[in-house]
Design a protein around this ligand. Structure first.
Ligand code: SAH
Ligand code: SF4
Length: 395
């Protein structure tokens, strides 16, 4: 039985669990103000209160209403009775030999997601998840073997950034000058899930992350990676404004159908057309083409030449990702020499072609290795191998 290409996912707005007060985290400014008014804050005060609370939450990282000292004691007590400040709970934190940190977070319903922090020279990238699992079934991706449980809420998405800042001590401190150097300086939506199948929550969370009076990351420091959900691609530029990465991974529909099955719905030609029409296409904001290097599947010189031909005219860089293995994975990483020769062809054609250094492999934190711990190993090795057999043989 083959898995559906894509399921129709309906995002049902999540209410606070029974008996719990509404969570202020994840509300947009407009939603926050409306919630204050709804619970009795006079309309003419609401704008100011919104600004004050926002700063406590997202500039100072405060978690107790009692600490919001520029609000009257009565108002703080009102907030405490009426709302809550709730983040995902850190279940475990693992630190790799290379400094990469992986957090396993628990969210409402007992579900789990993973978030990875990757420190590099001059920057720190946080890789966040947008869904529990993924409805798509890319054959090389560990997350793809886990059934989707649900979309993350905006609170759970921005909450991942906040939890990492907590752990790294990355918040501003009252009385000290505003931090210019951030440990979390970049955010990539490259964890679990397809962000364009959870568009509204991803957008609202990124608006909070970009807000200048809060976490304040520039839109150019956020990259959203998609497997190619064509009808939603333009909205990324229009409604979020962040950078775009495309999980391309193959140069013929025959191979891409097997690696990224959503290709059967929106094939290479349709995807490339959407990218040529992308509203923010420019040399300073090039589209990243991600390309996972799978031994004898998509890594030939011919593939490299086809790739540069296909994307001609699109301001692009190509990010080569050595395949990261996971238990039962039906593929192997291409040899280093092969990856370098492939990169060389792309480079000579005029594209930047960085090879992504695998990070945090010892803690299963590298690209495509994420999966809720409780879900690990749910599919048997044989099952996965059988499903992918067509791919390996066909290439
Ligand atoms: N669902 C989105 C974002 C998450 S995946 C997407 O597919 O774009 C982030 C990147 O890691 C994608 O390019 C994905 O194809 C790649 N990836 C998945 N599994 C991998 C693996 N085992 N090794 C290397 N890269 C992998
Ligand atoms: Fe989902 Fe992305 Fe993994 Fe494909 S690569 S299964 S779209 S998370």
């Amino acid at each position: 039985m083959s898995a559906p290409i894509t399921q129709d996912v309906l995002t049902i707005p999540r209410k606070a669990p029974e008996g719990e007060t509404p969570n202020l985290i994840g509300m947009t400014r407009e939603q926050l103000r409306a919630a204050l008014i709804e619970h009795g804050t006079p309309e003419k005060q609401a704008k100011m209160r919104e600004g004050q609370i926002w700063q406590w939450l997202y500039h100072w990282g405060v978690r107790e209403f009692t600490a919001m000292t520029n609000l009257s004691k009565d108002y703080r007590a009102f907030l405490d009775r009426t709302f809550q400040i709730k983040l995902p709970e850190v279940v475990t934190k693992q630190v790799s030999a290379d400094g990469t940190r992986k957090y396993l977070l628990r969210i409402d319903g007992g579900h789990e997601v993973e978030t990875v922090y990757i420190p590099e020279e001059g920057r720190g990238t946080l890789c966040i998840s947008s869904q529990v699992g993924c409805t798509l079934t890319c054959s090389f991706c560990h997350t793809g073997t886990q059934k989707l449980v649900r979309n993350l809420t905006a609170a759970e998405i921005v909450g991942q950034v906040m939890v990492a800042r907590d752990d790294l001590g990355d918040w501003n401190t009252p009385g000290e000058p505003k931090r210019e150097e951030r440990l979390v300086s970049n955010v990539v939506l490259m964890g679990m899930g397809e962000p364009l199948y959870n568009f509204d929550n991803v957008r609202d969370a990124m608006k909070i992350v970009m807000d200048g009076e809060g976490i304040s990351l520039s839109r150019r420091r956020i990259t959203l990676s998609t497997s190619g959900i064509v009808p939603e691609i333009a909205r990324t530029a229009e409604e979020i404004g962040c950078l775009l990465a495309i999980s391309f991974h193959a140069t013929t529909d025959e191979v891409r159908d097997k690696l990224v099955p959503v290709n059967k719905k929106w094939n290479i030609e349709t995807l490339l057309k959407a990218l040529r029409d992308y509203p923010r296409l420019s040399n300073s904001e090039r589209i990243t083409f991600e390309y996972v290097m799978l031994k004898d599947v998509n890594d030939s010189d011919e593939d490299a030449r086809r790739l540069v031909k296909l994307i001609r005219g699109i301001p692009a860089k190509i990010n080569l990702i050595p395949f990261n293995e996971w238990p039962g994975a039906p593929y192997q990483r291409s040899d280093w020499e092969r990856i370098e020769d492939f990169a060389d062809i792309i480079f000579k054609a005029g594209y930047a072609s960085p090879i992504r250094t695998p990070r945090g492999e010892d803690i299963m934190a590298a690209c495509g290795q994420l999966k809720s711990a409780t879900e690990r190993g749910r599919k048997s090795r044989a099952q996965i191998a059988a499903e992918a057999a067509g791919t390996a043989a066909g290439a």
